[in-house]
Unconditional design. Structure first.
Length: 281
């Protein structure tokens, strides 16, 4: 296996030139290499990783928490992660989490039940990690009320690296995606952009290139859709370009996906505690 490259890149950039993972087949993930059980009694709903693969983040339903782990040894390896800490958003359910590429902020989609949905941004006292109290405790920057875009809450949180676009499925019937626009990483400028009803996009993951979207809605199968123009939701088509069936590995349905060039991570709800699985290309 070659060098594991970071997940965030500029297509055609130099150095190095990193392939767009949207152009790579899902069939490269044929063997589950590692599994790890998560905290008992907690309904993990969403996941993000730092660019260097040394930090993992998860949000939880019915617990209002966002948790983080880190490795001091091996990147992109669930077995090497150690729990660092958690903090409470004050909203019962966390549906989406995203850490700013420079590690200075964490963003979340959260709600109280089906209503009172908010897109939240927090500054971090210590880059890439947090604890409940002390110098590493997050501090709220801004809260954007999802009701201003005429539905109860947003779910999986995909933010373009330059911080100008958010694409998230709504909790409406069909889990159709919505796009918000803003000035770079400035929550106070968030405004509704558009929606697209061509595909159910629950458990959606968009890689940094914004060329495609991976999703798995109440199933053990990952499907891939493509954008005509990167990060432009209007151009997301309903044609399935690739699939990966993990039925033989998972006991429950997929609730979160994260993909790099050489790694696939999935969380499934097949028992208590939930399980995260790692696949190496």
């Amino acid at each position: 296996m070659g060098v594991i490259l970071p997940r965030r890149f500029i297509p055609g950039g130099y150095p190095p030139v990193t392939p767009d993972i949207c152009d790579l087949p899902l069939s490269r993930f044929t063997t589950r290499t590692k599994t790890r059980t998560l905290g008992a009694g907690l309904f993990y709903s969403c996941m993000d990783w730092s660019d260097d693969g040394l930090h993992m983040y998860m949000g939880i339903l019915t617990s209002d928490q966002i948790r983080n782990w880190k490795s001091t040894t091996t990147a992109w390896d669930i077995a090497a992660l150690t729990f660092v800490g958690r903090f409470s958003t004050g909203y019962n359910d966390v549906h989406g989490v995203r850490v700013k590429p420079d590690g200075s902020e964490v963003w979340a989609n959260a709600s109280t039940g089906l209503g009172n949905g908010q897109t939240l941004s927090y500054s971090l006292g210590v880059d890439y990690e947090w604890t409940e109290t002390g110098p590493a405790a997050p501090s709220l920057i801004y809260s954007f009320d999802n009701a201003t875009i005429d539905f109860k809450h947003l779910e999986d949180l995909n933010i373009k690296d330059d911080g100008t676009k958010i694409i998230s499925p709504g909790n409406d019937a069909g889990s159709f995606p919505y796009q918000l626009n803003m000035t770079a990483w400035t929550g106070s400028t968030l405004a509704y952009g558009t929606n697209n009803k061509v595909a159910d996009c629950a458990n959606a993951f968009i890689p940094p290139s914004g060329s495609c979207m991976y999703r798995s809605s109440s199933s053990k199968i990952i499907t891939k859709y493509k954008f005509g123009t990167p990060w432009d939701l209007v151009t997301l088509g309903g044609t399935v370009f690739d699939t990966l069936d993990l039925t033989s590995d998972l006991t429950g349905n997929i609730v979160s996906i994260f993909i790099t060039e050489d790694r696939l991570f999935v969380v499934d709800d097949g028992g208590d505690p939930y399980t995260i699985s790692q696949y190496n290309a």
